[in-house]
Design a protein around this ligand. Structure first.
Ligand SMILES: NC(=O)c1ccc[n+]([C@@H]2O[C@H](COP(=O)([O-])OP(=O)(O)OC[C@H]3O[C@@H](n4cnc5c(N)ncnc54)[C@H](OP(=O)(O)O)[C@@H]3O)[C@@H](O)[C@H]2O)c1
Length: 296
């Protein structure tokens, strides 16, 4: 099978599409025939060496939508099941940017019925991160929340999930994103360095750091999206950072929210797996709205 890998860290040109053996699932694992796999900022980080692993061949890709085509012992999944999954791991021999991927059965959920695989492939990493970040914030209904990067993948899902939890959401995004961010359920919108009010919570999906922390009220709460890199607590603001974990049951809840029209997966552009390096180059240009998705 073909798989996108990086063998020597660098820019988009460091991505190679190579021939590898089709992986075999062990107990409590399934193999997915990949229909679509999103390209995320973490893949660019892996490619450029942010997460280490020098000297190894590293498989790229965390998000997948596809069809179960082999199962190890002791899984509830069957060949032919349409699924989505998060393949967590910075340094792994193969990822989801491939024709087949083996994942833990516990990371898998049935695919949404109302969107195609290309859209479904944008769900696992970013919707799980948004949901788990909101868990960290632990705000009660009615509390105010500022989401930075609200037009991004994590931020967009966070706005939708937070609005559904009954939070009063304000989105911070680029000027041209206001209409989109409000369409996600944000009651308020801010852009640039406009000094927002003091919010009960801040979810900093744009990775602004201390400026975003300054927008939390005294005694409020801040959640970053870079693990262990949250700013130090000030003014009694609790600071934390989310590190996504694969959770098939939680992913199944998020799939149900897609089918209920609560979450709206957003696709920017589709590339063939053979053009994985071109997709990385497009991501590196910046300004992408919605995910870039690879199809084998
Ligand atoms: N901790 C975890 O487990 C975890 C999991 C998933 C993602 N992440 C991280 O979360 C971050 C967000 O990921 P993503 O996939 O949501 O990225 P994304 O889709 O690129 O979204 C980021 C958004 O923030 C916007 N933004 C950046 N600076 C801004 C500013 N000063 N003012 C207004 N908007 C600004 C960007 O706009 P422009 O495009 O115009 O710059 C973009 O719309 C990444 O760093 C990613 O690695 C962490």
């Amino acid at each position: 099978m073909r798989a996108a890998v990086v063998r020597s860290f660098g820019g988009p040109e460091a991505v190679d599409v190579v021939e590898r053996e089709v992986p075999v699932p062990a107990a409590r694992q399934v193999r997915i025939k990949v229909a679509a796999a999103a390209l995320n900022p973490v893949d660019a980080g892996v490619r450029s060496g942010v997460f280490g692993g020098a000297g190894k061949e590293i498989g790229l890709g965390w998000d997948v939508a596809g069809t179960v085509d082999a199962t190890g012992a002791a899984t509830a999944w069957s060949v032919g099941d349409e699924v989505v999954a998060l393949d967590y791991g910075m340094v792994k021999p193969l990822g989801t940017h491939a024709e087949y991927v083996v994942v833990d059965a516990g990371a898998v959920a049935a695919a949404p019925a109302t969107v195609d695989a290309v859209h479904a492939a944008t769900l696992p990493l970013n919707a799980l991160t948004a949901a788990q970040a909101l868990d960290l914030l632990d705000l009660a209904p009615g509390a105010s929340l500022l989401v930075t990067g609200a037009a991004g993948a994590v931020g967009g899902y966070a706005v939708q999930l937070a609005a559904r939890r009954g939070l009063a959401v304000t989105g911070l995004a680029r000027e041209g994103d206001e209409e989109f961010v409000r369409s996600l359920g944000a009651a308020g919108f801010v852009t640039g360095q406009a000094a927002p009010a003091a919010y009960d919570g801040v979810l900093d999906a744009a990775v602004l750091g201390e400026p975003a922390l300054a927008w939390a009220r005294d005694g409020g709460v801040y959640a970053g999206v870079i693990p262990q890199a949250q700013p130090a607590s000030v003014r009694g603001v609790r600071t934390d950072a989310v590190e996504v974990s694969a959770d098939g049951a939680r992913l199944a809840e998020l799939v149900r929210l897609v089918d209920a029209g609560v979450l709206s997966p957003r696709v920017a552009e589709v590339f063939s797996l053979a053009d994985a390096a071109k997709a990385h180059a497009r991501l590196a240009e910046g300004g992408v709205r919605g995910r870039l998705v690879l199809i084998p």
